[in-house]
Design a binder for this molecule. Structure first.
Ligand code: TXA
Ligand code: MG
Length: 350
């Protein structure tokens, strides 16, 4: 398949890149799959109202069919066709955080494609805060089902080039609107119970949610990794975000990290280090591949750069990747959630 590439203005695509947006929107209306930027990561979009179009997403990504998709909308009125019953909590969260990196799980309306929801009686919906995503939905007049635009198991794409690496010749087009901002996927919150439940930590933090709706719970499957906790968000059970070489999280001092690296080097291994700028500049990185990922003074920079850094290791010949850990506060919760998955929960404690 020939994959079209369009480069568009990311501030005002309708004004400055109308022909490109129109061409991409036409393909979406014809039931094709097109990747586009959102403020979190690139999405792989298709008409959410068409079974045929939605099935193409699963095929292109190699995504298991029991993993439901998020439906993206540009106007609240579109909820009428998708959602059965909006409670007060859901309304408050939408008013506070939409458009933005928050996905709400709500009771689904009859008639919504069973492929979108993987047979569940709930639907995940979000309104992205990105002019390019909004322009595509406005011009195509469609709600777009869109998972992250990576091959299943790979880190989510934060640039059009990451999408190309994974999906060239497998999809009809890629709209390049530059690098995404947040860098990690949206927070997924189940609003069907009395107390909202975080199913996936992300760009909107638990603290921010609680300021708007009071108590918020966290899916126990995110805290305890034991078998008996089956995650309520089907996607959270799959290995994700992993580069080719195994990742180990090092929970300890810089000296411990340095000793761990030295031990691997003396075994003849080629070592990669994923850490903040400050950690890398404080360490002896002779003979290793160190890739910097943001600064500790602002964890949102780590979130923005994490997936690009993980992918960058695939262009190196390292046998093993060591990563430092981050404080589990604010966006640090989402960073650690993704790193633990990238590491398959391999953590070495001092
Ligand atoms: O930031 C994002 O959310 C990006 C951009 C493209 O919007 N999208 C994204 O989609 O991360 P995806 O498919 O990679 O992740 C969707 C997550 C999965 O963990 C899935 O299991 C969960 O949302 N999900 C979808 N529908 C659900 C439902 N009805 N109930 C529970 N979890 C659901
Ligand atoms: Mg994904």
């Amino acid at each position: 398949m020939n994959t079209k590439l369009w480069t568009v203005d990311k501030q005002d695509p309708i004004k400055y890149s109308y022909p490109q947006i129109k061409e991409a929107s036409d393909l979406l209306q014809e039931g094709e799959v097109v990747a586009f930027p959102t403020e979190t990561v690139y999405g792989l979009g298709a008409n959410a109202l068409s079974d045929q179009a939605v099935l193409k997403i699963f095929e292109a990504k190699g995504r298991p069919s029991d993993n439901p998709l998020i439906v993206h909308i540009s106007k609240k009125e579109q909820l009428t066709d998708l959602v059965d019953n909006l409670n007060g909590t859901a309304r408050k969260l939408m008013d506070a955080f939409w458009p933005g990196p928050l996905t709400l799980v709500l009771p689904k309306k009859e008639g919504v494609s069973q492929y979108v929801t993987a047979g569940l009686d709930t639907i995940a919906v979000r309104m992205p805060d990105h002019p390019v995503a909004q322009a595509l939905m406005e011009i195509s007049r469609l709600p777009l089902a869109a998972p992250s635009a990576n091959l299943s198991g790979k880190p989510s794409p934060t640039t059009a080039m990451h999408v190309e690496e994974d999906l060239i010749h497998k999809i009809s087009g890629i709209v390049d609107g530059g690098a995404t901002g947040v860098g990690l996927e949206s927070t997924v919150v189940d609003c069907t119970a009395d107390v909202p439940l975080i199913l996936r930590p992300g760009g909107v933090t638990k603290e921010q949610l609680e300021e708007v709706v009071g108590d918020v719970e966290v899916d126990p499957a995110l805290i305890h990794q034991e078998e008996q906790h089956k995650p309520k968000s089907p996607g959270m059970k799959y290995t994700h975000y992993a580069p080719v070489a195994p990742v180990y999280l090092i929970d300890g001092s810089k000296e411990f990290l340095q000793r761990t690296i030295s031990a691997s080097l003396s075994e003849g291994k080629k070592v990669g280090l994923l850490a903040t700028e400050e950690t890398i500049s404080a360490m002896n990185t002779t003979g290793i591949t160190a890739i910097a990922c943001g600064t500790k003074t602002d964890l949102s920079t780590v979130a923005t750069q994490l997936y690009d850094a993980l992918r960058a290791f695939n262009a190196t010949d390292v046998d093993i990747i060591y990563s430092e850990v981050y404080p589990e506060q604010g966006v640090g919760v989402a960073i650690m959630n993704r790193l633990e998955k990238a590491a398959g929960h391999r953590i070495i404690k001092e």
